[in-house]
Design a protein around this ligand. Structure first.
Ligand code: ATP
Length: 220
């Protein structure tokens, strides 16, 4: 029942000679929400890039649904059910909401039923919407791929708290339908409240203990 969907085991990775991930392990069970927190530069986006196949682990193991995917191409990972909403959201700002959705295979009406605000803005250029609406659109595009695993980098960056709460409701709902969620946040009271599991990274490693200590020091 508790199938592990994402598993990282002692993953090291970086850029050229710079090592950013220094032995990261993480296990995310099916249909659960994991919040990955950590200060700026901790290596969270690098972990997302490992999962989505944009960069390679220099050592360690990356498993998706129990399959070793260290060398899998991004499109193979996508076909295996992994969808990533990158930092910055990856929508097409010069296309309308409807056009952004039509680029995906699924039925936009499914999305409009869930997000009536987007239906009302079908003809709006995506780039002219608020940050929250853009994130909603990014979510919607992701949902149309019917992902098994959805990874969202910096879900709430720059968004009003009320929108963030709305998006986390969707996160919870999705987990309820069996989607495995990994949500990356820099500051994240809401994420911690919603998540089944909260993990914290600092300096390329998972850390234990008090969040405040991680963010503001306190270790001597
Ligand atoms: P942020 O919230 O700032 O995105 P983060 O936890 O996601 O933080 P990463 O983006 O993974 O952190 O960055 C971790 C480290 O890797 C930083 O020191 C960053 O400068 C470095 N880094 C990120 N991308 C590259 C790159 N393409 N080339 C070289 N170094 C990079």
């Amino acid at each position: 029942m508790n199938e592990t969907m994402i598993e990282l085991m002692d993953v090291h990775a970086g850029y050229g000679r710079i090592e950013v991930l220094r032995g990261v392990s993480l296990s995310v069970p099916r249909g659960t929400v994991t919040a990955l927190l950590g200060p700026n530069g901790a290596g969270k986006s690098t972990l997302v890039k490992i999962l989505s196949g944009q960069i390679r682990a220099t050592s360690g193991h990356v498993h998706l649904k129990g399959v070793h995917v260290n060398d899998a191409a991004p499109d193979e990972l996508a076909r295996a059910g992994l969808c990533t909403i990158p930092e910055g959201r990856a929508i097409f700002p010069n296309l309308t909401v409807a056009e952004n959705l039509r680029l995906m295979r699924g039925d936009p009406e499914v999305v409009y039923a869930r997000f009536p605000k987007l239906k009302a803005r079908q003809k709006q250029l995506a780039g002219l919407m608020s940050g929250g609406e853009q994130q909603m659109l990014a979510f919607s595009r992701a949902l149309l791929t019917e992902p098994a695993v959805l990874v969202v980098d910096e879900l709430s960056m720059g968004l009003a708290p009320v929108i963030v709460a709305e998006l986390y409701e969707v996160v919870r709902e999705l987990a309820g339908t069996g989607v495995t969620m990994l949500v990356v946040e820099q500051f994240a009271e809401t994420a911690s409240a919603v998540a089944d599991q909260v993990v914290v990274m600092a300096h390329g490693e998972m850390v234990e203990g008090d969040l405040a200590e991680v963010y503001f020091g306190g270790t001597s």
